[in-house]
Design a protein around this ligand. Structure first.
Ligand SMILES: Nc1nc2c(c(=O)[nH]1)N[C@H]1C(S)=C(S)[C@@H](COP(=O)(O)OP(=O)(O)OC[C@H]3O[C@@H](n4cnc5c(=O)[nH]c(N)nc54)[C@H](O)[C@@H]3O)O[C@H]1N2
Ligand SMILES: Nc1nc2c(c(=O)[nH]1)N[C@H]1C(S)=C(S)[C@@H](COP(=O)(O)OP(=O)(O)OC[C@H]3O[C@@H](n4cnc5c(=O)[nH]c(N)nc54)[C@H](O)[C@@H]3O)O[C@H]1N2
Ligand SMILES: [Mo]
Length: 773
């Protein structure tokens, strides 16, 4: 396991397996793994991006924190840093953790530490930080994900678990063999299926779609953006206004019922709540009939088209697919509930290739064979602290300690957080309304950040500990949903003074007297071997560890799966009841109704959000801005890399807008524009595309937050959409993020272009000389 000057080393990333070419301890080239049929170009961002000034070289402490000046005088994010030794930094971290837990209790430490970190299951930052903090008395944690919180909370009420959202998808193989019609809400963008958390073996998404096409499956792309369907997959595009999917789905339900073309036998035998939902659709209480004409006015798909769609559904084996983006919105639970309702009415649930599923292009593994077991992970132990928040309520918690809030039928209070500890995530990427986050972030007494790169989260911390990248340590990639395991051998020496998260926590554990409990006396390499041995218990066909480590990659044959979601329930509902209140699919949920949330009553509804194209606010901010995942990177990772940089326009994130919207505003392709609303403003470079529905624009996530503070205002220079998004729970049920409910205005930017500073380190002072480096 030692370094040598010239080598080729296989490694795993969240976007694929690559061969790293190393010369003189530097990464000179990256080649995709030979067995990947459709490798992701994102790997080409790595050469040149792993070292350099954008890496954090040494431990640092914010000057104002050391000097104990007020946060008004030296706010986080605008202060200089002082370099310190590891000994000093670790001593301060241990003392701070101890002080806060003694003075306020462990719940005063927030370490949800949400984020994707890197592939590699031992050096997985979240597992490391949680394991460590659990051993010193725990921390306030977070629940659910930024990806699909609304779905994660509502789906168990409807079908009893999260099947079809995070696992147990009807396979593409079944859709190709038996399906006839795919309604793809939000399309099936190939760019997103490049990714799988923990790593991707082979990219199979496009081949799966293609096979379905060859077998005669018809695809309909229901999305504001035509490009959400890969070019090589023939499909009909029905553009609809963002966040109106539930209206369309409900109208399709109405039409099926009205025309008596729904599957009565299925509804009677397998569902509850038909009466309540049909009364709503007929308008018994509100006088509004939810028919095709009603939905057409909301979503802008012509009435006749909606009727035609209802016809198609009634006469074909139909799969209703809704992506995750659609539920990252105000009332994001509704399109999922409406989709299950429609699939139930079609009678195709549990039949081969039919029914519903959420997120079919969100990750590479969705709809592929599932292993049937989970690979082992680093044991995190148990958190003695009960406090937790819905993950996207971060700023609310920091701004309003002690305040009450509703969540999933409970009333809770936000804990009073004194110390925030983050490792492996970038809240200044993932959170909404960043100007509000900047304010909330000033509240805690201490913020500790473990990061390899000088991104905005590192710049907004107090104690900054430089971390190795996954290429600088030995690890193992256990790819869930895939028959591939990779020995991630250390390919590069640690950058400057960077250390592994494990090593950092080990040192702090030592100071707090729990080192042995944390390490169990093992080195990192022994942990990696242990994870492999645990894996062999799950799959005895795996070769011995030494052979695996030498061969670098293990793949094994996996029998094809013919899984269809809820087929066992359909075959024998008495023996395989659902874990819902009634044991059936709940088109109406009494438990949800009993919570009394008007925005999320007991069945699927259409509710008018505050920000959508039909809202009064659209007169001031007439463009609906979507912030999809970036094609050229994973979230904010390697925004400074070649692939991401070459997609920028004048160094700014690329805004996709319709030529008509541009023309009205005197904007031409290649212009830099200012995008703004009441919450914030950012710059972006314009690309015109008639693949966008007029009135809708797309600004992908991932551009590093690069604030310019002027006259009391903040202008984000690079184009991070989260300076514009609203920080509001999707509903009281799930409290998920609602970033896709977002109205803005756009204008040409005529002032002198401010220089991008996101990739230049902040001011760093040497302690004794107090001079700039
Ligand atoms: N507007 C808007 N916002 C969104 C979304 C959206 O659609 N629109 N999508 C949301 C979704 S679905 C998600 S999942 C989130 C993603 O948000 P995040 O997961 O927070 O984003 P990443 O950029 O992947 O952040 C991972 C960080 O970990 C660091 N890192 C990598 N390896 C290591 C390691 O070994 N140790 C340590 N300590 N650090 C490491 C990386 O450098 C990076 O800064 O964003 C959410 N935000
Ligand atoms: N390349 C790349 N791939 C990724 C990621 C990445 O960062 N980079 N991140 C991964 C992660 S963590 C996640 S959670 C998944 C997320 O997967 P998704 O949530 O599905 O991804 P998005 O790209 O946000 O949205 C997909 C499309 O939905 C459409 N859309 C948005 N709002 C609406 C709406 O209201 N109605 C309809 N009908 N369509 C709408 C948009 O046009 C957008 O292009 O992607 C994963 N894949
Ligand atoms: Mo996500």
């Amino acid at each position: 396991m030692s370094l040598s000057p010239e080598r080729k080393i296989l490694t795993s990333t969240h976007w694929g397996i690559y061969e790293l070419h190393i010369e003189n301890s530097a990464l000179v080239a990256v080649k995709p793994w030979a067995e990947d049929p459709e490798p992701s170009p994102i790997g080409q961002s790595l050469p040149g991006a792993i070292d350099g000034p954008v890496r954090i070289a040494r431990p640092l402490i914010r000057k104002g924190w050391l000097d104990k000046t007020s946060r008004e005088a030296t706010p986080r994010g605008r202060d200089a840093f002082i370099e310190v030794s590891w000994d000093e930094a670790l001593g301060i971290v241990a003392a701070e953790l101890d002080r806060v837990r003694q003075q306020y209790g462990n719940q005063a430490i927030y370490a949800g530490s949400y984020g994707w970190a890197s592939a590699g299951r031992f050096h997985h930052a979240q597992s490391q930080i949680h394991r460590f903090l659990n051993l010193i008395g725990g921390y306030t944690s977070s629940e659910n994900t930024y990806s699909s919180a609304a779905g994660e909370v509502v789906l168990p009420y409807i079908i009893g678990n999260q099947y079809g959202l995070v696992s147990h998808y009807t396979t593409w193989e079944q859709i190709a063999s038996h399906g006839e019609l795919v309604l793809a809400f939000g399309g099936l963008p190939g760019r997103n299926s490049q990714i799988q958390g923990g790593g991707v073996g082979r990219h199979l998404h496009n081949a799966s779609l293609q096979r379905a096409v060859e077998q005669g499956v018809r695809f309909i792309n229901l999305s504001p953006c035509r490009d959400d369907m890969p070019e090589n997959i023939p499909s009909e595009w029905l553009p609809l206004r963002p966040t109106t999917d539930s209206a369309l789905l409900l109208a399709l339900c109405y039409e099926l019922i009205q025309q008596q073309r729904y599957d009565k036998a299925f509804i009677e035998r397998f569902t509850v709540g038909f009466e309540q939902i049909s009364a709503y659709l007929r308008g018994d209480n509100d006088g509004i009939v939810k028919d095709a004409a009603w939905a057409a006015a909301i979503c802008q798909i012509p009435e006749a088209k909606i009727r035609e769609l209802a016809d198609l559904i009634a006469s074909h084996r139909t799969m209703v697919m809704v992506n995750w983006a659609i539920q990252r919105a105000e009332f994001g639970e509704q399109p999922y509930w409406a989709a299950v309702t429609l699939a139930a009415l079609s009678g195709d649930i549990g039949l081969p290739g039919g029914g519903f599923g959420f997120g079919y292009a969100c990750l590479n593994g969705v709809g592929q064979n599932e292993l049937g077991y989970r690979w082992p992970s680093l044991p995190q132990g148990k958190n003695p602290v009960a406090e937790s928040i819905p993950v996207a309520r971060l700023a609310d918690m920091l701004l309003a300690p002690g305040d009450e809030y509703d969540f999933n039928g409970m009333t809770r209070r936000y804990p009073d957080i004194r110390l925030v500890y983050w490792a492996g995530g970038n809240p200044f990427h993932h959170h909404q309304d960043l100007n509000r986050l900047v304010k909330a972030w000033q509240q805690p007494e201490t913020i500790i950040v473990q990061e390899p790169f000088w991104n905005a989260t590192a710049r907004h911390g107090d104690i900054i500990l430089p971390v190795t990248t996954s290429f600088e340590r030995n690890d193992i990639a256990l790819v869930n949903r895939d028959n591939t395991i990779v020995a991630m051998k250390k390919a590069l020496p640690a950058f400057r003074e960077a250390r592994d998260d494990y090593h950092i926590f080990q040192s702090i554990a030592q100071q707090l007297g729990i080192e042995e409990n944390f390490t169990l006396g093992r080195t990192a390499e022994e942990w990696v071997e242990d994870l492999y041995e645990q894996s062999r218990k799950r799959n005895p066909l795996l070769p011995p560890f030494d052979q695996f480590w030498q061969e670098e990659v293990v793949t094994f044959a996996q029998p094809a799966s013919h899984y269809n979601l809820l087929e066992d329930f359909r075959a024998d509902p008495a023996r395989c009841p659902l874990m819902t209140a009634s044991g059936r699919i709940e088109l109406y949920s009494q438990p949800v109704a009993d919570y009394g949330y008007t925005e999320c009553p007991g069945h699927a509804v259409w509710r008018e959000p505050e920000e959508w194209l039909g809202a009064p606010l659209a007169r001031t901010y007439p463009i609906h801005l979507l912030s999809p995942q970036p094609a050229d990177k994973l979230h904010s990772q390697y925004d400074h890399g070649k692939v991401s940089q070459s997609a920028k326009i004048h160094g700014r994130n690329r805004l996709l807008m319709h030529p008509l919207d541009a023309q009205h505003r005197g904007i031409v392709a290649g212009d830099v524009v200012r995008i703004f609303n009441s919450r914030g403003q950012c710059l972006a470079g314009v690309k015109l595309s008639d693949a966008m529905m007029p009135g809708v624009a797309q600004l992908p996530t991932g551009a590093w937050f690069d604030p310019l503070y002027q006259d009391g205002e903040c202008l984000d220079k690079q184009g991070n959409p989260n300076v514009l998004t609203q920080d509001k729970g999707s509903s009281r049920l799930s409290q998920g993020p609602s970033c896709n409910s977002l109205l803005v205005e756009i204008e040409r930017y005529i002032s002198r272009l401010p220089e991008i500073t996101a990739f230049t380190p902040p001011q760093i002072l040497r302690r004794c000389q107090n001079v700039k480096e």
